[in-house]
Design a protein around this ligand. Structure first.
Ligand SMILES: Nc1nc2c(ncn2[C@@H]2O[C@H](COP(=O)(O)OP(=O)(O)O)[C@@H](O)[C@H]2O)c(=O)[nH]1
Ligand SMILES: [Mg+2]
Length: 399
């Protein structure tokens, strides 16, 4: 059997070379993406490494050939996780390219002829063995060097549901710290420093924005309760959420219970007069309609309303249960509103808290509050970065 490795630009190039050099009976044993050239991995070129094999011992040894190929496949799939797992659909790839190989013209076949193996000690057998040994050695080295395996710390952070970009940032920082602390201590410290707590006191005009159902209105009610009942401040409530049936009534009920002024705003002119009318309030809390962050028209409309009130107290409300991919879309979609703080809700509805750091890293804004349940006004708090780090690393939970 001949086993040969090809480093090529794409599968087509590999097919042409394999067909030319090994003939129509060659089969693809494996393929993986590699980087070539460059400096320290920078500016390196992405290439494909394809391993192909062909039986050169003619007819009755075809079973041996199949067995050998299977053995190599098993070894590659078992030994090397990660990139080489492209071979999960191994058979599919093999049969796809095998059929294409067989279309080859006769004159291109078996350009490289090997003599059939006649006796176990022949030179050809030795050469083959040597080639296989070299190849296996390379594979094992790659695995042992850890280029394809993840460290225990990386796996731990993955288990906390941290985004891979965030994990990469933490690991890079951790590796750059040279002191006697354990990896755990370093990582704890790094995460703690990544979390910025908002220095902003929520006063004057406070606006909450964010997608539908994340808990904006409930959070407004909690904040109103906290300011009015606990801090004894004069609070006013405004809503521009006239879009959803029942949304106004939801907030009016809270305003009535707490006996605080409440206004509904339909137009931009209304907004100015409503804020002016609450001039004597220490805090004015403004609730908004949940908007799709993907709809720039809706976001611009909301921005026009917010621009009517002069405030730098705009908070993005986002749930801790948001999927990592959606976090990016929401956080970036709302950036047009220039929010300067983040409120993360529903911590009671998740068992891993990595999303908190994923959100903060993506938003690049400090966190002002977290909410931990449906109870108004109790389930809202300011957490320290130490407390949040404990949650993220699974040392604490919110029940
Ligand atoms: N479990 C839990 N539910 C919450 C929390 N905050 C709000 N909710 C619930 O989420 C739902 C939507 O809340 P709402 O304030 O109407 O969201 P809005 O559309 O963003 O205004 C309601 O059933 C709330 O009771 C929280 O911190 N934890
Ligand atoms: Mg609402």
């Amino acid at each position: 059997m001949i086993i040969k490795k090809y480093v090529v630009n794409n599968m087509n190039e590999a097919m042409t070379r394999i067909r030319y050099e090994l003939g129509k009976d060659a089969v693809i044993v494996s393929q993986r993406k590699i980087k070539k050239g460059g400096f320290l991995g920078i500016f390196s070129k992405k290439m494909l490494e394809v391993t192909a094999a062909v039986d050169n011992s003619k007819d009755d040894t075809s079973e041996d050939m199949q067995e050998s190929i299977e053995a190599i496949k098993r070894l590659m799939t078992n030994k090397l996780d990660g990139e080489l797992k492209v071979n999960n659909n191994f058979n599919e790839i093999e049969s796809k390219y095998k059929s294409r190989l067989q279309i080859g013209e006769k004159k291109e076949e078996q350009v490289k002829e090997y003599k059939p193996v006649e006796d176990g000690n022949s030179e050809a057998v030795m050469k083959e063995m040597q080639e296989m040994r070299t190849m296996l050695g390379e594979m094992i080295n790659m695995s042992a060097a850890g280029s394809l395996s993840k460290s225990k710390m990386e796996l731990t952070l993955e288990g906390c549901d941290l985004d891979h970009k965030v994990i990469k940032k933490i690991m890079t920082k951790m590796r750059s710290i040279e002191d006697d602390r354990t990896e755990e201590e370093k990582v704890k410290d790094i995460i703690e420093n990544m979390i910025e707590i908002s220095p902003n006191k929520l006063d004057n005009v406070v606006v909450l924005v964010g997608p539908t159902g994340v808990g904006k209105t409930t959070t407004i009610a909690k904040l109103a309760g906290r300011f009015a009942l606990i801090e004894k401040k004069k609070v006013g409530l405004i809503t521009i959420d006239t879009y959803r049936i029942g949304a106004v009534e939801q907030l009016r009920t809270y305003a009535d219970i707490m006996n605080i002024p409440f206004r509904v705003v339909f137009t931009m002119k209304d907004m100015e007069t409503a804020v002016e009318a609450m001039d004597d309030c220490d805090v004015i809390l403004i609730d908004t309609t949940g908007r799709s962050s993907k709809n720039t028209m809706q976001i611009s409309e909301l921005r026009a309303f917010i621009d009517k009130v002069n405030t730098n107290n705009i908070n993005l409300v986002i749930s801790s249960t948001t999927k990592n991919k959606d976090i990016e879309v929401i956080v970036n979609g709302y950036k047009a509103l220039n929010y300067n703080g983040v409120i993360i809700t529903k911590l009671d509805e998740t068992s891993t808290y990595g999303s908190i750091l994923n959100i903060l890293e993506c938003a690049e804004k400090p966190i002002s509050f977290v909410t931990t349940g449906q109870n108004v006004p109790d389930d809202i708090k300011i957490m320290s970065s130490k407390e949040i780090t404990k949650l993220i690393l699974g040392e604490d939970v919110i029940c």
